[in-house]
Design a protein around this ligand. Sequence first.
Ligand code: HEC
Length: 91
Amino acid sequence: MKKYTVLISLLILTAALYGCSDKDSGSLSPESLFSKTCSECHKLKKVEDYSGDMTWSDVLVKMRTERKLEISDESAEIIIGYLNETFPPGE
Ligand code: HEC
């Protein structure tokens, strides 16, 4: 009986820990996180070819507010970092 209690507590603890972790960034690399997140509604090319006035951080705000992109702040930061590095603004 005691064994079961321990086992069940462990299970609950694992579930709780897992529940708190950021599911959509998980252990993906910034690049996979970007391609997974940003190819849902349009081709990645749309992002890669973008040469407008918005910074990547503005683009993320726009996708989140106007286009209803659902993403955690943490994942958004990772993607912004990736984009700034890979497609530096103004180039
Ligand atoms: C929920 C759907 C959705 C997701 C997810 C999404 N976008 Fe968009 N995005 C749109 C729509 C709708 C447009 C405007 C229509 C079009 O140009 O195809 C757009 C347009 C764009 C544009 C062109 C500029 C503009 O506003 O017209 C860029 C750049 C862009 N998205 C970047 C991103 C990035 C980066 C991500 C990932 C973080 C992303 N999008 C994820 C819906 C989305």
